[in-house]
Write a protein that binds this ligand. Sequence first.
Ligand code: ADP
Ligand code: ZN
Length: 743
Amino acid sequence: MRPDQATNHPLQAGCRVRVLIPLPLSSTYEYRIPDGISVGLGDYVSVPLGNRTERGVIWGIGRDQVPEERLREITGIYKIPPMQPEMRDFIEWTASYTMSKLGSVLRMAMSVPTVFRPERTVTAYISVSDPISVDPTVRMTNARARVLSVVEDGCPRKIGELAQAACVSPGVISGMARAGLLKPIQINPDPELPVIDVHRPGPILSDNQDRAAAELRNAVLEASKTGSEGFAVWVLDGVTGSGKTETYFEALAKCLERGLQALVLLPEIGLSVQWYSRFEERFGVRPLQWNSELSGSERRRTWLAIQAGHSAVVVGARSALYLPFSKLGVIIVDEEHDISFKQEEGVIYNARDMSVVRARISKIPVILASATPSLETMTNIQFGRYRRLHLPDRYGGATMPEIKLVDMRSEPQENEKWISLELQEKIRKALKSREQVLLYLNRRGYAPLTLCRRCGHRISCSECSSWLVEHRLKERLECHHCGFLRSIPDECPECGALQTLVACGPGVERIADEVARRYPDARTEIMTSDTIRAPSAALDLVTRVHKGEVDILIGTQILAKGYHFPDLTVVGVIDADLGLAGGDLRASERVYQTLHQVSGRAGRAEKPGFVILQTYQPENPLMKALSSGDREQFLEIEAEARKRYFMPPYGRLVSLIVSGPDRDLVDKASRELGKTRPYSDKITVLGPADAPLSLLRGRHRRRLLVKADRDVHLQAIIKSWLSKSSIPKGVRLQIDIDPYSFM
Ligand code: ADP
Ligand code: ZN
């Protein structure tokens, strides 16, 4: 269903309209336009709902569904430009694809309540235009003179800013205002929008980069012409260090030149500090950011600017996709394979896939960049749906690192040893030549399991079906699923024996211990979400690594992405097999992508890189493909396996999770759901069965997995299935279309 097309004619008073309210509602409500108000489709309005007033968006013409006497009136209209039809279309599309409530999707687009409050102003001070009028008896001190020289530039400043700039106390400012030496004015307190110089020249591109950039610039240009069918998906497939960022920056430049808006989605936005400095180098200013760290006024400014159609580049995590863009010219999804683009709570959607939908609706290009494009994307290239731009070489003559497998089965056994002899040797050499080392292990904490040597008890979370992870630095055990914490006990909680608990397996902290023992003089840093909690901390660490103040970095996957450290030459992957076990459809693909990314951190500048993958299964085709750098071969094997079982991208999957605090009720509800399952030779329903995390945050979880041929319209089938069964109170059903998490 498309929202009704916008007309430029405001709707007449007395007309009925349908208003969508950003609450978990599936449909719109009908209202009448009162006398004296003129509205159009997409306008933001306030309406009565029960005994409250809610905000909403005019979604369409009324359908006479409410009897005249019960019809209520719109109570107000906000002075904000209307939401564009493309955006409304996109919201409809998302809701119907993800099987979410329409109002819940709108809510993502109206996430800044302050934009609807009356405009605030604050007092600022400027110089007095006519100094002659100032009373000649007013005393002029040094402090006052400093203030006057600051305001000479004509810029209005708030009292605090002005006091700071002139090195005076705020009292001096207010005194000067009283004496008529400064003029108070009211200004908008939101920070100003950065002004980008669109003609600022970029770097000189290599031939390959230039060819790709030319295509992208042209795609943006063609799409910006009125009436053009500019939708296309471009895959910027370039090896790590090939300069994908510099290349797609050219598409941004073209977009800005045309006065349009651009959106760049990055995974783990808070950690993308290097990305921001490169953007600033290229464009002279910071982009508009969209993340959870923003202040209220920044959010307000950005949302309003986007809705009003200001030309700008917005960089954000997946939620930025639901900003109400009104003049979008291009979308870029960097590291398109990254699973953090999948939102797992609330409206469950994949921002990469929804970007493609958004681009199609707006008839603009979307660029998916990656060194390891997902199998979905590669298949789309194969079938001619996506166009590939290839950057086969590292920029500036840097070579790809050599990757070597170390067979851990033939390593001599030794207590508290996780670093193989060969890796030890490589580290020693690197340290000697003042090069940097990265040790990768995707496990936070000290040890993933604490076990009683006497009774075999494993300390687990009481709210989740998972073990507690020992964090020695914080001196506690922690559940990585729900955040539950407890101190490390002296005695076994099960049998009560003293001093029998042992830590099993390594986390990054334990690796750091081994490093400290073997290389006591090396300066070591741990980089995980425990140690890097804010972008400022990431920036600080990155700066120190750049300055050569760190010799060995030990980190989890937050370290694997995007960083460029010229002196880093050795990468050691402590446990390359980690993540391969378990029932995850994409386990191999994900391990391949991550290890390829991590390996890509080595030797990015003049000095060649060396990577060691420690594995217990060196004969695994995945390990072989990684070490030989033969991505195509890996993808072929992976594609074959998926094809055989009709798994995505060759078939479709939907996961239904039934959960609740009452185990019996959850069991019963999931069995009931199973009984009404659809039967067809194109659909298989697996389950209900315990979800791998059968207990999460105190909720019991059962899963049904629906598998279907690609051409089946699964949403329609599931909708009719669910209409036949009712979910009891206290039980929740979550529908995950194209699931990525199989926990
Ligand atoms: P990728 O994202 O493909 O891994 P990057 O975009 O991080 O690669 O580029 C790697 C490094 O090379 C960065 O430091 C980047 O600034 C530099 N670089 C890439 N292309 C150019 C260019 N044309 N001119 C100057 N520096 C470049
Ligand atoms: Zn837990």
